[in-house]
Design a protein around this ligand. Structure first.
Ligand code: NDP
Length: 460
């Protein structure tokens, strides 16, 4: 028996992502014996909370077999709700009344999570308690350090899950399996053979009424600091000897410790904001005309940074990380571009394009783009693409997150020192932007992004 206590039970994250993710886990029999407790500042009865569960569990229930239905019903009927201001004393008292090891999910505004941690004194929680912290983890390196300091006085590092839902297991293990379980890639996975690595996360969604959060964050903090740097680390790390938590997270940490953005290069960071346009049949207003946006903040909705990994394997290879909103098409992939061959036999005609490997994230795909002798002129080069669709997990990303939390396995959560390092990498960029050393460009909603950015034309 163990308990999952969700703080912020009436919030958006809980309703839209956590509870549906949890429902899938329960349906698949991976949360047996779970006691679910909601808490928050809304004065709800247990029954009102269970009605919320009914809504969130419905899609999983519709697909469940008899065992899955019974498990979902059991968790629902056994669940309770507590009215609680988490910034005051009651949290530790509540935890002490709950059964089994307790995982506390802080689905709260970041400032409230910090206050809740401050309100919990050392020794106030059983050491076996797991704490699940949402992004953003701090607002800069110093605040992330101070939050780590507070958390380390409450429970051991092993019991702290800093969520990066982007690291759903399937995606992560696609990269690791591809790289380390195949003989052909590792020998060429270095700066002798690879020219450039891009990690792209373009969304066709615009602000979607999330100005309260997004306008204070922007694309760099929202996606690159918290997610894409980790994907980069998985693409770049040396082979760990095991996939256990310590080995894997040591290797991720080692890549990020070696990473910097070279601000002497004026193109090492770019930022832009969308203007009015259309995406499909949707009319998108100017970003600054969206309700709740403060134009004077100069929030970027698209960014691209070039990271250098300063070690022997990667010196000289740009890692371009790009993410943005309101683009004409979704594009979620890592693109590894190989260097040209050292000598192409004289006599070939046609296009000599670089070998490229594309790893797609959702849908999970692999594409290897090669030059071959195609039909027609036997000396003419043609492009061929080897494609594979990878099996996708039945769990939603938050199902994966909760799976790790309930199993007490922090392998796919962000370790404290690494969370600080991610801020160290982006902080100089944020500082340069705040000093207006990098122009805030514009792109039309529904376009590919600013025309002058090479990454806007990456799918050529
Ligand atoms: P919301 O504002 O929607 O929800 C926050 C919840 O916390 C509300 O239920 C609120 O209750 C409750 N709350 C606020 N203050 C207190 C308090 N003192 N004591 C008890 N409960 C309190 O935020 P989100 O759900 O959107 O976000 C939660 C966290 O998840 C944030 O850290 C966010 O960055 C992160 N996140 C969110 C994502 C999303 O898509 N929503 C995606 C990824 C991360 P009330 O409404 O009554 O004030």
């Amino acid at each position: 028996m163990q308990t999952l206590l969700i703080l912020g039970a009436s919030g958006d994250l809980t309703g839209r992502l956590l509870l549906p993710g949890l429902a899938r886990l329960i349906r698949l029999g991976r949360a047996d014996g779970l006691h679910l407790v909601g808490a928050g500042s809304d004065d709800w009865t247990d029954e009102q909370w269970r009605e919320r569960l009914d809504g969130a569990f419905a899609p999983a229930l519709a697909k469940a077999d008899d065992a899955g239905r019974a498990a979902l019903q059991q968790v629902r009927d056994d669940s309770s709700y507590h009215l609680l201001d988490v910034t005051r004393d009651g949290l530790a008292e509540l935890v002490r009344t709950l059964k089994g090891p307790v995982a506390i999910y802080f689905a709260l505004p970041p400032a409230v999570s910090q206050m809740a941690c401050s309100a919990l004194g050392p020794g106030s929680l059983p050491r076996s308690t797991r704490l699940v912290m949402e992004k953003p983890f701090g607002t800069d390196q110093a605040s992330a350090h101070s939050l780590n300091d507070k958390l380390s006085k409450l429970v051991p590092e092993q019991n702290i899950h800093r969520v990066d839902h982007f690291l759903g297991k399937a995606t992560v293990f696609n990269i690791l399996g591809l790289r380390f379980a195949n003989r052909i890639l590792e020998p060429v996975w270095n700066n002798l053979h690879i020219e450039k690595v891009e990690v792209i996360f373009d969304e066709d969604l615009a602000l979607e009424n999330r100005a309260r959060y997004y306008d204070g964050a922007g694309a760099l903090r929202d996606m690159i600091q918290s997610h894409l740097l980790h994907v980069m680390a998985l693409l770049a790390l040396n082979a760990p000897s095991t996939l256990h938590e310590r080995d894997l997270r040591d290797h991720i940490g080692s890549v990020l410790r070696a990473s910097t953005v070279n601000l002497d290069d004026p193109t090492s960071s770019r930022r832009a904001r969308y203007t009015a346009g259309t995406i499909g049949d949707r009319g998108i207003p100017d970003y600054v005309a969206e309700p709740g946006v403060d134009a004077s903040k100069g929030t970027e909705t698209l960014t691209e940074i070039t990271v250098s990994i300063n070690n022997q394997r990667w010196s000289g290879v740009p890692f371009v990380l790009r993410s943005g909103k309101a683009l004409g098409a979704k594009r979620k992939e890592a693109v590894i571009t190989f260097r040209p061959v050292s000598h192409l036999p004289v006599g070939f005609t046609g296009q000599d394009a670089p070998t490229r490997l594309r790893i797609g994230f959702g849908p999970d795909t692999l594409q290897l783009e090669l030059d071959v002798n195609g039909p027609g002129d036997i000396f003419s080069l043609d492009r061929a693409t080897l494609s594979a669709n990878l099996n996708e997990t039945d769990l939603l990303p938050y199902g994966e997150v909760l799976d790790g939390v309930l199993a007490g396995d922090p392998t796919l959560s962000v370790r404290g020192d690494t969370a600080e390092d991610c801020w160290r990498i982006v902080e100089p960029v944020l500082k340069a932007w705040s000093e207006d050393l990098v122009p805030l460009e514009e792109y039309q909603a529904g376009s590919v992004g600013p025309d002058a950015w090479p990454s806007s034309h990456g799918r050529a």
